[in-house]
Structures are given as structure tokens and as C-alpha cells.
Design a protein around this ligand. Structure first.
Ligand code: 5GP
Length: 206
């Protein structure tokens, strides 16, 4: 019988705009250099300070639609009037190589990926209150009034989906939220499924 194959863990993180998700992800990536972050594709215009290929792969609508037809995406969704999608190839390759992978996607995408990878761990970042989201979005000032209203409406909808996530982190204290997130990432590495190849080798050596 062949030994169990190494496998990586897939983590899906979702949150409404303004919940502090990007900060939490940034800290986790610094702390876990081996964690692979899946850079999504989007048709949204680049914001100032963003870097193509690091924050997103910025595609035209035509390129994105072509990607859908060619089966490029593990999942894709329309979010706030723009298209966003996860490149399937790298995700599959990393997991098979035993690397942990983090997807930062909306709740529609989370549902689809959870279907394709039932072992994926889903994590929702909840802001302490709705007015905190409004305040953070206003401070960030990356959206015009119309986009602001769209994001607030979408936030309500996203939060309604939070109860089905495996983990819910309430970001009322950023440092605690970062530590909670990192604890989830770390604990997964000790799970039976992830440790199976090493345990197998140990048992075979007895
Ligand atoms: P933003 O425009 O603020 O960067 O992202 C807007 C929303 O799109 C966020 O909720 C983010 O998680 C989501 N998003 C980013 N990449 C993807 C993706 O590849 N697929 C899906 N379904 N949502 C994504």
C-alpha cells in the first residue's frame, strides 16, 4: 500500500470591506513565509498604491471572460459590479505539493471553493459593528459615494452569510484578531490529515 500523499491546507478568508481583513492577511503572510497567497484576477481598476501581480492580476473584461471560457478559474464572482476570480492552476499545484494556501475571496466564491475542496477551512472576519465598517471605509477614502453605498449594502449581505463559516473572528481588537487568525493557520498543521505522511513513516519504522 502506498504511503499517504502529502497535502497542503486550503484556507478561505472572507469579510466585508472595512473589516480589517487585508491588515490581518498581511501580518499572517509575514509570519508564515511558506503560506501561499493566491493573487486573484479582477476587472476592477487598480487603486493607487496597488501593485499588479502582487495585489491582483488586473484584467480587462474581455480577458476575464476569456479566462472563464477557458476554465482558468477555480471560482469567479461579480462583486460590487466587478469580476473577481481565483486562478485554479497554482492553487491545485501548491496543495498537491503540500503547501498551505490562502484565498481572500467573497462569500459567493467561498461557497464554491468549499464545494470543490470540502476540507478547506473557512474563516470570516466580522467587524465589531456596522458603523465601524462605515467609518473605516470613509477613512480609507478609496471609493466614491456610489461605490461606498454599494459596499455598505454588500457588507450587510456578506455578514448574513457569516454563520456557516468554520471560524468567525470578531475584529474589535486588531492584535487579537491577527493572533486568532494565525492560531487557526498553525493548528491546522497538527491535524491528522496533514500529519498522516509523517505518522505513516513513523509507524512503518516501528
Ligand atoms: P477589493 O475590490 O476591495 O479588493 O475586493 C472586493 C471583494 O472582492 C473582497 O470581498 C474580496 O475578498 C473579493 N475578492 C477578491 N478576490 C476575489 C476572487 O478571486 N474571487 C472572489 N469570489 N472574490 C474575490
Amino acid at each position: 500500500m502506498p504511503p499517504p500523499a502529502a497535502t497542503g491546507q486550503l484556507f478561505i478568508i472572507s469579510a466585508p470591506s472595512g473589516a480589517g481583513k487585508s491588515t490581518i492577511i498581511g501580518k499572517a503572510i509575514q509570519a508564515f513565509p511558506k503560506l501561499r497567497f493566491s493573487v486573484s484576477c479582477t476587472t476592477r481598476p487598480m487603486r493607487s498604491g496597488e501593485v499588479a501581480g502582487k495585489d491582483y492580476h488586473f484584467l480587462s473584461r474581455e480577458e476575464f471572460v476569456q479566462g472563464i471560457s477557458s476554465g482558468r478559474f477555480l471560482e469567479w464572482a461579480e462583486v460590487h459590479g466587478q469580476l473577481y476570480g481565483t486562478d485554479g492552476g497554482p492553487v491545485e499545484k501548491w496543495i498537491e505539493a503540500g503547501d498551505d494556501v490562502l484565498l481572500d475571496i467573497d462569500v459567493q466564491g467561498a461557497r464554491l471553493v468549499h464545494c470543490a475542496y470540502p476540507a478547506a477551512k473557512t474563516i470570516f472576519i466580522l467587524p465589531p459593528a456596522m458603523d465601524v465598517i462605515e467609518e473605516r471605509l470613509r477613512k480609507r477614502a478609496t471609493e466614491d459615494e456610489e461605490q461606498f453605498a454599494i459596499r455598505i449594502a454588500a457588507a450587510r449581505h456578506e455578514i448574513m452569510e457569516s454563520p456557516w463559516f468554520d471560524y468567525i473572528i470578531i475584529n474589535d481588537n486588531l492584535q487579537d484578531a491577527i493572533e486568532d487568525f494565525m492560531a487557526i493557520l498553525r493548528a491546522g498543521r497538527s491535524s491528522r490529515a496533514i500529519q498522516a505522511p509523517r505518522v505513516w513513516n513513523f509507524l512503518m519504522s516501528l
